[in-house]
Design a protein around this ligand. Structure first.
Ligand SMILES: *Cc1c(COP(=O)(O)O)cnc(C)c1O
Length: 405
């Protein structure tokens, strides 16, 4: 997308605003499937928690994608968007047995990530096909918040507990059809991923009725200049070869599954906000925008660097700015960022705003969540209206009358 298109969308739909480029989502999807074209049965389950707008779910469905959901509400959203139950996987963490049973009753493939629930579920429903989430204890990224495969992670069943796992499966006679791992959100090193894959293959050898192996996600996309990006083509070449060898050894063409979120939608997203105030202090120049961590929390939550451009003045002389929000809290999007000269009223564009941005938005400070627009065939289409005051008070009852008197 061109900066001038974004400026026009901000004028048309107002700010703050989320914009998603449909072409970019489609091209990422086809890049991924092409990289694994040597695998006979490939399935992509889009991790919808990254961006769960119904239009985005429908766009990805048209691309041929299936869904990965982490709550029963996400499952319901997926069904509402037109996915059939067999196109949805449920890979929650720490949810109740009742929720797993409810999702399973909808006909959705469930994935269990602890031995306690596995034993209870297997005892009650031995015939339901189940996938198990293994923790291979591999550190994929540097940030403890987003590396979920290491030894103290709450995710998955430790590979060291395999003997116990196998005993539960034998005792309950439950039907294990898949093995899953998700090592975290940052695969910097393909060798680390391949190493984890071997651990998954080892685990798979314990089960005779498998239909698929799910390698999760963690594909890294560049956020700032010189960022490392997962070389998906290289990973595709190497993992496809190993996967096909494993299938030959196992004696069955298993389905290879990935569940990417960030890879499919991160770079397609732009967050547009207007500069309310430029404030010179003794140490810096603040650019205060009409948004905050209520709309985009990743910089404050993870220390993520979202590239920021002044699309109203793209050719201006560059200066250093601290970009901050309007929330009554420390609310810093960027420090000492080189941005072309900012005037009040300018529109700033944040890159990589497709994944974990709108989906993490809140109403803090009683602000509305912004509108979302899909850019398709050179035009912006509103896919979610900005909230209104009605949304803020929806479900609220007010002070009970008996108490008020
Ligand atoms: C969040 C999540 C993903 C997606 O991770 P990305 O880094 O966005 O690709 C995949 N699988 C599971 C189980 C997840 O929880």
């Amino acid at each position: 997308m061109q900066p001038k298109d974004l400026v026009q969308l901000a004028e048309q739909f107002g700010s703050p605003l989320y914009v998603y480029d449909a072409e970019k989502i489609k091209s990422q999807y086809s890049r991924l499937t092409k990289a694994f074209s040597k695998v006979e049965k490939l399935r992509i389950n889009y991790a919808m928690k990254a961006l769960s707008n119904i239009a985005i779910l429908q766009l990805l469905r048209e691309c041929g994608s299936c869904l990965d959901a982490v709550s029963i509400q996400e499952v319901q959203l997926g069904l509402h968007a037109g996915y059939s139950p067999d196109q949805i996987f449920f890979t929650p963490n720490g949810v109740s047995l009742e929720e797993i049973e409810e999702v399973s009753a909808l006909g959705v493939q469930i994935n269990i990530d602890n031995l306690s629930i596995l034993e209870q579920f297997g005892t009650k429903h031995p015939n339901v096909p189940v996938c198990i989430r293994i923790n291979p204890h591999v550190m994929a990224g540097g940030n403890a918040n987003i590396s979920v495969g290491h030894i103290d992670s709450k995710f998955g069943i430790s590979v060291h507990q395999l003997p116990h796992l196998v005993r539960i499966v034998e005792n309950t006679k439950m039907n294990i059809v898949g093995i899953h791992m998700h090592t975290g959100s940052d695969i910097l090193d393909i060798e680390v991923f391949l190493y984890a894959a071997e651990i998954l293959f080892d685990a798979a050898r314990n089960f005779k009725n498998l239909e698929f192996l799910d390698f999760g996600s963690g594909f890294k996309v560049p956020y700032k200049k010189d960022d490392i990006e997962t070389d998906i083509e290289e990973l595709g070449k190497k993992l496809s070869k190993r996967f096909n060898e494993f299938c030959a050894e196992y004696g069955k063409n298993l389905t290879l599954i990935f569940e990417p979120g960030k890879f499919l939608v991160s770079e397609a997203g732009y967050f547009l906000a207007k500069v309310n105030v430029v404030k010179q202090t003794t140490s810096t120049v603040f650019a205060g925008i009409d948004s905050g961590f209520n709309h985009l929390i990743r910089p404050m939550f993870y220390g993520s660097q979202h590239h920021i451009e002044n699309i109203s003045n793209p050719k201006g002389k560059e200066r250093f700015y601290s970009v901050v929000g309007y929330i009554c809290e420390t609310d810093t999007f960027a420090n000492n960022r080189r941005i072309s000269e900012i005037n009040e009223g300018d529109i700033l564009s944040f890159r990589n705003a497709g994944a974990y941005c709108f989906s993490m938005a809140s109403n803090y400070n009683s602000r509305y969540k912004p509108a979302e627009v899909l850019w398709m065939n050179g035009q912006g289409h509103l896919i979610r209206a900005q909230e209104t005051f009605e949304d803020l008070i929806k479900g609220q009852i007010g002070l009970p009358q008996a108490v008020a008197k």
